[in-house]
Design a protein around this ligand. Structure first.
Ligand SMILES: NC(=O)C1=CN([C@@H]2O[C@H](COP(=O)(O)OP(=O)(O)OC[C@H]3O[C@@H](n4cnc5c(N)ncnc54)[C@H](OP(=O)(O)O)[C@@H]3O)[C@@H](O)[C@H]2O)C=CC1
Ligand SMILES: O=C[C@H](O)[C@@H](O)[C@@H](O)[C@H](O)C(=O)O
Length: 358
């Protein structure tokens, strides 16, 4: 069922929204996504503060827009998360490694939105590949919840659990201290046990290339629900996404705006498309992802941006036409290919366009 806070019956004074009915959806349960998608088709712009949902291979539905929390400072992230949830976000992307999960949990509590209405993702850090439950239990305690909707292996790189640092252990030569004796397929077994124990509803991976996925898929009892990757117009990873589709794994896009300072918002083509539709550059990028059934995870600690990223992603997805999507799809191949997130892992991750740190 869809609960409407208010339906004015009036048209918007903004000419860009002249054919829209102004209403405010405060709660949409998964079964109603058919109805909301139908409303979007009926009205050129259906303004609402709930993202569409994407079906996963275990039948669950993940909200297509989630709030990122990496590098969000403690004091800022409480307000950011609480604001996001009040504005209609129902998906928060966290990680043990971000060191701010207690504050994210506080933001969730301050929002007043019930836990059962929120999709929470967190991630297993490298030093815990052989101790999955230990890392997960810390995350659950930090967030103040007894289950996660989705738990991801953050990077396909097991790190020495007994090294010189709990997060980034290093060798005397300064390189990251990788545990070469640990197999990713054993990490995945422990992830599967967390589903069996009911501590997580779905499990997935992050930063896994085809080469790394092939280290876990042959023995996997549960196919990963998602693979969270750096995906944006300068790093669209078309072949990897085709592989994921074939395996039934939903892609999630991290750093959709190009990460810190949102450099992609200055791109000329993105700006032209934004002008064409009278929307913001961020709406074009986030809308492009949502239109392609890719989960978008924009991070912001600025309340106005948090609100506009959700509404803009929805508006962008409904406004972009086939030509716009094809143009954005082709940007990287036109000479703009660029990755922004490349930690110096001293192993071959199997990605294109990744410098060798080995
Ligand atoms: N699995 C993984 O390894 C990774 C996962 N992630 C996840 O993805 C999330 C998003 O990626 P992230 O790297 O943070 O980068 P984003 O691409 O989301 O960009 C964040 C930056 O863009 C700014 N910004 C956000 N919205 C707007 C807007 N509408 N207009 C102008 N500027 C804006 C933010 O500023 P401000 O906050 O000051 O408003 C911040 O500087 C992370 O927070 C994390 O949850 C990210 C990297 C790796
Ligand atoms: O999710 C965010 C990123 O993966 C981040 O956790 C890493 O890039 C980390 O800073 C690193 O240096 O390995």
């Amino acid at each position: 069922m869809v609960r409407l806070r208010s339906v004015s019956g009036k048209t918007s004074p903004d000419p860009a929204y002249k054919d829209a009915i102004i209403c405010d959806v405060i709660d949409v349960n998964p079964a109603s996504s058919v109805l909301t998608n139908h409303l979007r088709r009926l009205f050129p712009v259906f303004t609402m503060s709930s993202a569409p949902k994407i079906k996963l291979n275990n039948g669950m539905e993940i909200p297509a827009v989630g709030l990122g929390t990496w590098q969000s400072k403690s004091e800022e992230v409480i307000t950011a998360v609480s604001h996001a949830l009040k504005e209609g976000y129902r998906h928060i992307d966290c990680a043990w490694g971000y060191g701010n999960e207690k504050d994210v949990g506080e933001g969730i509590r301050q929002s007043g939105v019930p836990r059962s209405d929120i999709w929470i993702t967190s991630k297993l850090w490298g030093t815990y590949h052989s101790r999955v439950e230990e890392c997960l239990d810390q995350t659950l305690a930090n967030l103040g919840t007894d289950y996660l909707d989705l738990y991801l292996v953050h990077w396909p790189v097991p790190l020495n659990p007994n090294g010189n640092h709990p997060i980034f252990p290093t060798l005397p030569n300064g390189k990251r201290d990788v545990d070469h004796s640990w197999k990713l397929s054993d990490t995945w077994k422990q992830m599967e046990e967390m589903v069996e124990k009911g501590k997580v509803k779905a499990i997935g991976i992050s930063n896994f290339s085809v080469k790394k996925m092939e280290e876990i898929l042959p023995t996997a009892k549960i196919i990963p629900a998602t693979n969270q990757l750096e995906i944006h117009p300068y790093n669209p990873q078309h072949e990897l996404l085709a592989y994921l589709r074939e395996k039934g794994i939903v892609p999630q896009a991290y750093s959709p705006l190009g990460s810190t300072g949102s450099p992609l918002l200055k791109d000329e083509v993105i700006n032209e498309i934004a002008q064409k539709h009278s929307i913001q550059p961020a709406d074009v990028i986030l809308g492009w992802l949502v239109a392609k059934d890719i989960v978008a995870l924009p991070k912001s600690v600025t309340p106005a941006r948090i609100t506009s990223n959700l509404n803009g992603a929805i508006a962008g997805a409904s406004k972009l036409d086939k030509d716009d999507i094809a143009k954005i799809d082709g940007l990287a191949a036109s000479g703009k290919q660029k990755r922004f997130i490349m930690p110096p892992w001293p192993v071959d991750l199997g990605f294109d366009n990744w410098p060798p740190f080995v």
